[in-house]
Structures are given as C-alpha cells and as structure tokens.
Design a protein around this ligand. Structure first.
Ligand SMILES: Cc1cc2nc3c(=O)[nH]c(=O)nc-3n(C[C@H](O)[C@H](O)[C@H](O)COP(=O)(O)OP(=O)(O)OC[C@H]3O[C@@H](n4cnc5c(N)ncnc54)[C@H](O)[C@@H]3O)c2cc1C
Length: 391
C-alpha cells in the first residue's frame, strides 16, 4: 500500500496497527481525510502476533466499556471488509475446585448474559480437552475471535478503498502541532494521533516515563496437533482467571492465585497466561509468557516454550505437537490500562498499555476521535487532556 496523493489531511495517524487503524476507522466514518504513516513495510507489530481473541467479558471498568463498543464495531467491520470472525464466545476450563469458585462468583456478579456455567461433560462437548483435566467450566458467549494474521490487513484494505492514504516504510521522526516529520518529508494535518504501541518510549520518552510505560515481551507458538475435534472457540484456563480484571474482582481469585503460585512457582515466574485459539487453517496458537523491562531481550529461552508445549500436551491429552512457528510479541505495559496523552494541542498519543488492544482498541479510538472532534474547536485547543484511563 502506498501512493502519495497529497500531503495535507484532516488527520494524520502514526502507526498502522489495530490502534492506529481504529482511529482511521473512527475518523473516516466522520468524513475526515486521513493518512496513516508506518515505518514498517507492512502491518507487522503486535496486531498480527496475538491470539485474535476479543475477550471483552473478562474486562472491567473502562476496558469493559471499550470492549463492548469494540464488539459492535468488529461485527460491522467484519461484515464490511469480509474477514473471518467467529461469534463463538470463550470457553473457560476449570481444572480445580477453586477455579470453579471464581467462575461461580463471576456468574453471580455478572449474570447469565455474560457467563454460562458448564459441567465437565458440557465442557467436553465444546472443546477437545482431555476428560480427566476438567473439573467444570464456563462459556462466555459475548467474546469474539478473529484471525490476527488477516483482520488488520483487511481493515487497512477497506480503509484504503474508502479513501484513506497509507504510507509504509515511512518512519516518523517527530510531531509538532499540525505537522508530522517523516523520513520522507513532512505531512500536514489538523490533528495528529500517535499510536505506536511500546515505541511511545522512542517518540515521546517523557510521556512514557511519566506514565510508567515499560515493554512487555511474550513467547508464542503455532502448532499442528491431532486434537480430539476442532477448538471452535478461544480457550481460557485458571491462569486467565487471575489475570483479567473482571475475574480478579472476585473474592475467590486471591485464593486461586495463592494456590497457583505455591504449586507452580516455575510457571508463575514465567507470568503465564495459559490459553489457546485455533486459526481457520487449523493451526493452534499457544501462549503465553510475559517479561517486562525498558528493553526486551530478543533471545527467547527454550524453557518457556517447553513449558507451554508440556501444558498443551497435558490439557489436550495429545503427545504429538508439531511446532510450525515460534515468535515474540511486544506490547506497552503500564499500571493503567490506557494511555491517552496530549503533548500538544490537537496531538494525541494513544496506547493500550496492557495486552488487550484487539479487544478494546476500536472503542477507545471512538472516544479519542469524539473528544477531538465533537467539542468546539476553541475549547478543544485550550484544554488538552492527559488521560482517559479509569485507573
Ligand atoms: C503475543 C501477544 C498476544 C496478544 N493477544 C491479544 C489478544 O488475544 N486479544 C487482545 O485484545 N489483545 C492481545 N494482545 C495485545 C494486542 O495485540 C495489542 O494491544 C495491539 O495489537 C496493539 O496495537 P497497536 O496498534 O498499538 O500496536 P502495533 O500493532 O504494534 O502497531 C504499532 C505500529 O507503530 C509503528 N511505529 C512505531 N514507531 C513508529 C514510528 N516512529 N514511525 C512510524 N511508525 C511507527 C510500528 O511499525 C507498528 O506497525 C496481544 C499482544 C501480544 C504481543
């Protein structure tokens, strides 16, 4: 994608990942002229390296609101752009009594629209997990799944067909009010939205430091496996119940966390989130581990992959997993879930600072573009915001 039709736009967006594309969707829906600038040769960042799991049910607070808004937008975009999206919800496999307790408490908090409790037999009917690994489970019907290798590219093509200009291999060097400086010269735009994920620490280091942004690296695998049937929805485990804020709000989650830490210090040290999705071609995405720092070592240790593969063999009751691909993903990580900063009038720096940008990015972008364009210009110019985050 390329083509330099002009250099003056209503909105310039830096970053062609899902968060940048989400802002392009929101701006172009409002009839604004948009250019998207990315330094890579294509869409290559976190937005193609993830599970494709739109896990809104497990979120809480602002993330849940953005997730709900994103859900409607994902459904509309999949219909418009014609990419693969499944409305199959998520299945949670509980492997012990304390995991069942979290699910029961979550059902009491949220109600049957968000979660349906399953007995072991019902879990087995939905996912090809070994019968002796199941204590109980749940189905989260509102969650969605896309193919991460396809969805962002399909959205970009749809945007381009609708008049949005894309310039790849175009590194942004700096931003000032009304102007984006790139390695290919300046672009003029009334508003600028910077959505560069963890690279906010390169373009806006002071903002990154102020908001405590670090980089989070993750180990992931794609395997071929003879499962006992298709994995027709994303699969969470007990480790997911101590990660996502919707579940960790339950009183039972603390005891579950303590038990997992005590029984599996090696897995806890990997900051494991044991979960799985299956791509349309049958490949099983396995993940993930988390390691944080100001810089991320590119050297992925084999013990993490060994652990992920051993867990998958055990859960699905298969001995033969053939590894097709291994990769590292990186995202921005901070104490708050979202960064929306305004270093200059009409410039917004936006990052999803936990691993839920696919789930929340479209809804977040609607809010940011609304804030930029629905208030009066005079008010907008004089009162830049610093954060839309709930916490
Ligand atoms: C392994 C993994 C699994 C995950 N699983 C899920 C999941 O199942 N569900 C979910 O909701 N979320 C998941 N996430 C999180 C989600 O993928 C991210 O939150 C989301 O993709 C971030 O989107 P982004 O557009 O901010 O970043 P990216 O997709 O990384 O895009 C940022 C873009 O900015 C560009 N850029 C950077 N600097 C510059 C510059 N100076 N000039 C021009 N361009 C620049 C980069 O080239 C890149 O294309 C996962 C993340 C990882 C890594």
């Amino acid at each position: 994608m390329g083509g330099n039709s002009r250099r003056h736009y209503d909105v310039a967006i830096v970053g062609a990942g899902i968060v940048g594309l989400a802002h392009a969707v929101a701006a172009s829906r409002r009839g604004l002229s948009v250019v998207v600038l990315d330094r890579a040769a294509g869409i290559l960042g976190a937005s193609i390296r993830n599970f494709g799991h739109l896990c809104l049910t497990g979120q809480d607070g602002l993330a849940r609101e953005y997730g709900e808004e994103s859900r409607e937008l994902w459904l509309a975009l999949a219909a418009e752009a014609g990419f693969w999206l499944r409305e199959t919800g998520t299945v949670v496999v509980a492997q012990a009594e304390d995991e069942t307790s979290v699910l029961e408490e979550f059902r009491d908090l949220r109600g049957p629209d968000d979660i349906v409790l399953l007995d072991a037999g019902q879990v087995r009917e939905r996912v090809p997990v070994a019968a002796d690994r199941i204590h109980s489970g749940a189905w989260l019907p509102r969650d969605l799944q896309v193919d991460p290798r396809e969805a962002a590219g399909a959205i970009a093509r749809r945007l381009r067909a609708g008049g949005v200009d894309f310039h790849f291999t175009t590194t942004v060097l700096g931003v000032e009010r009304g102007r984006v400086h790139t390695a290919r010269g300046p672009f003029i735009a009334d508003t600028v939205i910077v959505a560069v994920n963890h690279d906010v620490d390169q373009l806006f280091p002071v903002i990154a430091e102020t908001h405590g942004i670090q980089r989070c690296g993750l180990d992931m695998l794609l395997v071929d496996a003879e499962l006992d049937g298709p994995l027709s929805s994303p699969l969470f485990t007990g480790w997911s119940l101590v990660r996502y804020a919707g579940f960790t709000r339950t009183a039972s989650a603390a005891a579950l966390r303590a038990r997992l830490l005590a029984e599996h210090p090696d897995l806890a040290a990997l900051d494991l989130n044991q979960m799985y999705t299956q791509r349309p071609d049958g490949g099983l995405i396995i993940g993930d581990t988390h390691y944080r720092g100001d810089g991320i070592e590119p050297f992925q240790g084999e013990p993490a992959f060994d652990a992920l593969l051993a867990l998958a063999r055990d859960l699905f009751g298969v001995s033969d997993l053939r590894v097709r691909e291994r990769w590292q993903g990186v995202y921005a990580s901070a104490p708050q879930d979202f960064l929306v900063a305004s270093p200059l009038p009409d410039v917004r720096v936006v990052s999803v600072t936990t691993g839920i940008g696919m789930t929340t990015g479209l809804g977040l972008a609607e809010r940011v573009v609304d804030e930029l364009y629905s208030s009066t210009s005079a008010q907008r110019l004089s009162e830049p915001t610093t954060s839309l985050s709930a916490r």
